[in-house]
Design a protein around this ligand. Structure first.
Ligand code: FES
Length: 72
C-alpha cells in the first residue's frame, strides 16, 4: 500500500499507509496513522493536538488569498 499524505485545510498533514516514523535518535515510534502538525503550535509535536484551531492557523492557500484577494 502506498503512503498517502493529505493536507487538511488549515490543519495537519494526515499520513496513512505503511510508513516508519522515527524520533531524533532513530528509534521507531509506533503509529499506523498520523496527523502531523504544520502550524507549529502543538504541544505534542510532531503530532497535531488541535491547537491549529485555537490559534486560527491558516494554510498557505487561504493565507495568500487573504493577503491578496486577486489571487485564486
Ligand atoms: S496542525 Fe494541528 S496543532 Fe498544529
Amino acid at each position: 500500500m502506498a503512503i498517502n499524505i493529505k493536507i487538511r485545510d488549515n490543519g495537519p498533514y494526515v499520513v496513512e499507509g505503511e510508513f516508519t516514523l522515527t524520533d531524533a535518535q532513530g528509534n521507531p515510534v509506533e503509529v499506523k496513522k498520523a496527523a502531523l502538525c504544520r502550524c507549529g503550535g502543538s504541544t505534542m509535536k510532531p503530532f497535531c493536538d488541535g491547537t491549529h484551531s485555537k490559534i486560527g492557523f491558516k494554510g498557505a492557500n487561504e493565507a495568500v488569498q487573504e493577503a491578496d484577494p486577486t489571487t485564486t
